[in-house]
Write a protein that binds this ligand. Sequence first.
Ligand code: WTA
Length: 645
Amino acid sequence: MSESITIGVKPDVKAVTLCTDEQYQEMYAASVADPDTFWGEQAQRLDWIKPFTKVKNTDFGGDVSIKWFEDGTLNVCANCVDRHLPERANDVALIWEGDEPDQSQKVTYGELYEKVCKFSNVLKGMGVKKGDRVTIYMPMILEAVYAMLSCARTGAIHSVVFGGFSPDALAGRIEDCDSRFVITADEGLRGSKKVPLKKNVDEAISISGIVEKTLVIKHTGGDIDWAADRDIWYHEAVEDVSADCPPEEMNAEDPLFILYTSGSTGSPKGVLHTTGGYLVWTSMTHQYVFDYKPGEVFWCTADVGWVTGHSYVVYGPLANGATSLVFEGVPTYPDASRFWQVCEKHKVNIFYTAPTALRALMREGDSYVKAADLSSVRLLGSVGEPINPEAWLWYYNVVGQERCPIVDTWWQTETGGVMIAPLPGATPLKPGSATRPFFGVQLALFDNEGKKLEGAASGNLAVTDSWPGQMRTVYGDHARFQQTYFSTYKNTYFTGDGCRRDEDGYYWITGRVDDVINVSGHRMGTAEIESALVAHEAVSEAAVVGYPHDVKGQGIYAYVTPPVGVEPSEELRKELVQWVRHEIGPIATPDLIHFTPGLPKTRSGKIMRRILRKIAENEFSNLGDTSTLADPSIVDSLIEKRLNR
Ligand code: WTA
């Protein structure tokens, strides 16, 4: 597939928001020439309690300080719910589709208002106050959305932890932000398998010990342990609360949420997003990038445990008064037609998913797609990793029936919302390219020596000025924020991604250039997996790298050195796999474990990851310079015993 093929948008695919390339160019130019005027106007899309008088006050130098709309006040929940009541009380806000195909539910904005007010009063009854951190560890059920919105309503800061993380990982996240409250469910369901959420929370609490109250949603009705002084059933607590709960007045720069994400070093970072800028960004990108029109059904398949779920299941769509679909299940249960059946059943107009899901479904053949009536679908989106041209074309031809534009959206937990994407109707598409920057996003490419590259070039992707949706700090560690993102290039935010810019100014993301890998669209720090491995007594050293995987995008390849006297075996391999699943969670399951008596190291003892990566990629013909290795013979034995062939 040649990258130069351009797919024009068909004339019957009209965008209301923007129609032409010229309009994009004009607006983009205005957004970077005078951000104060541009964002001052765009922020009027929200309801402010006290209007702001200052727009942008940001500095990427020194300690790094990022403030937007800093003297304005508003409430995110009121913007996502209350303000829609006069016009949309009877419109559907949320559609829930359960794990089993016969389970679904619709909630109007009027009902959502009542649910969220009551939920907020339950939180207050538990002692939750403005500024408190509340951990949410939930399945994809409507109460997860109510919980997030209720935190926003009461001024509490939520920290959603994906339900696939282990008790250990959960405990670490609870402790890092000193969270005394946890909201969970008895069990979750994914593809008919039960996830023991409450049990995991109990274990996490026994590790971290600081949790005072746990609010538990009854979902499956499964058996759970109960601590009477700590645990509260939601369905009991909600019986005697009022349905009236005025939203808290929040400053634009008050924290909205913390979301933990992996980096190349250390433990996961608590990415902090604030109130005003984040909501302006998510609501605006949701409207423009997805060309959202009132009354349409928007389905983002991400879990609310990830940033995509925060921004495009909850905040962006609800700020715009959209109908957002919340899906509890998996794409392949009961069979590979599930996504398409759900699109048909709920007449989905805009569908947003990850390449890994597309690749898995593509393998099952076209018949599952063709059996469903997808005539309601008019726009497709992709996020989380580079989409390979094969998957792009299958998405376009088979799912979109050659009539739906695909928006390939590049962004990160740190960026709050979409940063690079086509605007449907305005941008000609190239399969595999996220195309061009959104308004206000000023991109730059640098080479490894720190030189800024102009024109068509490949390099490391950076952003040279602030945008409203940007993270403000690493929770509790501002120095780490500065160090991680602003120390590589001066006065510039470094993304950690490699990228190519073509002669049309289109951006092609090539993947991470740091020690972060992307497994099924989930970000994993190789260092985290390594430290889980070396915590096992049968591992004295470990090095983890990614390798190309047909479905997952990248698989996890672990080189493991047992201590002297421990013999590698199939049992040990299985035990280590279970160990990592237990330490971090199933998403970190190593695909390949390569036992080796030693790792390639420089004479100063540094592991040569470049070599390990090449061997894992099965591309060892050109290993580059190995002369600095302490023991070059190790490389030959690694190649000989390599596991990815
Ligand atoms: C990768 C997910 C190519 C990238 C929203 C980024 C992508 C990381 C794309 C962030 C895309 C995300 N094309 N790569 N359209 N979208 N990525 O924080 O490497 O979970 O740095 O945010 O995913 O992952 P995160």
